[in-house]
Design a protein around this ligand. Structure first.
Ligand SMILES: *[C@@H]1O[C@H](CO)[C@@H](O)[C@H](O)[C@H]1NC(C)=O
Ligand SMILES: *[C@@H]1O[C@H](CO)[C@@H](O)[C@H](O)[C@H]1NC(C)=O
Ligand SMILES: *[C@@H]1O[C@H](CO)[C@@H](O)[C@H](O)[C@H]1NC(C)=O
Ligand SMILES: *[C@@H]1O[C@H](CO)[C@@H](O)[C@H](O)[C@H]1NC(C)=O
Ligand SMILES: *[C@@H]1O[C@H](CO)[C@@H](O)[C@H](O)[C@H]1NC(C)=O
Length: 408
């Protein structure tokens, strides 16, 4: 992988430096190298496809990808119109929760069964799947925050994507998928992408030592890339971050000193309360910079099993609405609102998909969170919302959820 990574860096380097007026001999050398680098990029993009989605830099859309908007603003470049001096905390940023799960159909889950140990409690695909469209498609549609859950792959040699115990792909490594983001950022240098890396630990059969190996690999990848903004402990301005990835660290290294060497913002899992409707995490103690977060993913304070789906969906919508109202209230603090949820105390379960979209029957006459969220967002149009993390961001197809987050 190291040699391949080097070739890809060469690829991007050549993209910026090849000059048509270069001498013949030089041009030949460069073109030979470039085609090898092109091949390397193609290989990595093919390897990453099951998690990143199909992506080809040459056919990268340069137009509005939503059918419902009349705006001339390109969703693939919506940050271009915003001044460099804008603070990232002052933007409304659409995001996706469990972004790697988009192709975790039952067919994908069955094809990975030999690697996804059923003893670890792996359920049907529908329990894990939170998206229907890929990160590559999401980027073009304006999504700029991605929730990525990683751990070592079953061979213990590379970083792979998981949702709880379920492996998402045995081919797409974290490093491969990062090259997908790099390639996209090369084509969209005005944009900033926030990647949240959460260690998906606690799988019962995970060998000891996997955690340390995974952390070492991830630290190497994040600190070694010129596409990753190396600034630590603060978000800064859009101008400082354009063309780069901002990292959220949802994992703990063994010491605070090691953690401080990593780029981005640290949100310690030990401080992240489970199922919180409204909590504060300080990511920079020296400067007292904090994030206000809603991550109420299982409305289990309603009490009990087999509650009405409407009551569960309404409780989630209420928590989201309250948090978005708070975000809209001003200040420079970072706000993160997760609109994603499930309800596993019911039998049958209210899956992430039913939660987001309803189940299409009189059981959920108002649809799911997504249908109701559009109204909430329209009521807050023009206000700063912070990061809004969606499930099934592109559905239902007749509403423009991303546009509503962007205030369009
Ligand atoms: C999505 O999953 C299906 C079923 O496993 C697979 O055939 C297809 O290649 C996957 N798509 C991508 C882009 O990897
Ligand atoms: C994409 O669109 C922008 C402005 O709309 C233009 O400046 C740029 O050249 C376009 N790029 C491609 C590859 O078409
Ligand atoms: C830190 O900021 C919060 C508001 O975000 C404020 O309530 C608190 O008093 C501040 N603490 C210090 C030590 O300044
Ligand atoms: C919930 O419903 C399922 C299926 O009808 C049933 O088996 C289960 O006992 C119910 N649970 C409770 C606590 O009522
Ligand atoms: C909707 O949920 C109800 C109650 O769980 C179930 O009986 C029905 O089959 C579901 N309909 C669909 C289309 O999933």
């Amino acid at each position: 992988m190291a040699a391949l990574a080097w070739l890809l860096v060469l690829h991007f380097h050549l993209l910026s430096f090849i000059s048509p007026s270069a001498g013949t001999a030089t041009t030949t050398t460069l073109q030979t190298s470039q085609s090898l680098a092109d091949l390397a990029l193609k290989k990595v993009l093919a390897d990453s496809a099951q998690v990143f989605g199909e992506y080809s830099p040459s056919s990268s859309p340069n137009k509005t990808t939503t059918t419902t908007t009349t705006t001339t603003t390109s969703r693939a470049r919506w940050m271009r119109q915003i001044p460099d001096a804008a603070l990232l905390t002052q933007l409304s940023i659409p995001g996706t929760h469990d972004s790697a799960t988009w192709n975790f159909s039952q067919a994908t889950r069955d094809s990975l069964a030999h690697n996804t140990d059923p003893a670890n409690g792996v359920f049907d695909a529908v329990f894990y799947r939170c998206q229907a469209a890929s990160p590559a498609a999401a980027l073009d549609a304006g999504i700029r925050f991605f929730d990525l859950r990683y751990a070592l792959d079953p061979t213990g040699t590379a970083l792979a994507f998981y949702h709880k115990a379920a492996l998402m792909s045995q081919r797409a490594t974290v490093e491969d998928v990062l090259f997908g983001f790099y390639a996209w950022l090369e084509a969209h240098p005005s944009e900033v992408v926030i990647l949240s890396f959460q260690y998906e630990g606690g799988r019962p059969n995970e060998p000891s030592g996997y955690f340390a190996t995974a952390q070492g690999l991830l630290a190497g990848v994040l600190t070694g890339s010129r596409y990753v903004l190396q600034q630590r402990g603060e978000l800064g301005t859009l101008g400082q971050a354009r063309g780069r990835i901002v990292v959220f660290q949802r994992f703990d290294l063994p010491t605070e000193q090691q953690q401080l060497l990593l780029p981005g913002l640290h949100f310690s899992p030990s401080l992240w309360p489970d199922n919180g409707k409204d909590f504060v995490l300080t990511y920079n103690t020296a400067r007292n910079l904090s994030a206000y977060i809603e991550d109420y993913y299982e409305p289990n304070d309603l009490g009990g099993a087999n509650l009405s789906a409407v009551a569960i969906i309404d409780a989630k919508v209420a928590a989201v609405e309250a948090h978005l109202n708070k975000a809209a209230g001003g200040g420079d603090d970072l706000y993160i609102t997760f609109t994603s949820a499930e309800y596993n105390l019911n039998d049958p379960h209210v899956t992430p998909e039913i939660m987001a979209l309803g189940n299409g029957t009189e059981l959920t006459p108002q649809g799911g969170v997504n249908q109701q969220l559009v109204g909430v967002l329209k009521g807050l149009r023009g206000k700063r919302l912070g990061i809004v993390v969606l499930d099934f961001w592109d559905q239902p197809g007749d509403v423009d959820l991303v546009g509503a987050v962007l205030g369009l």
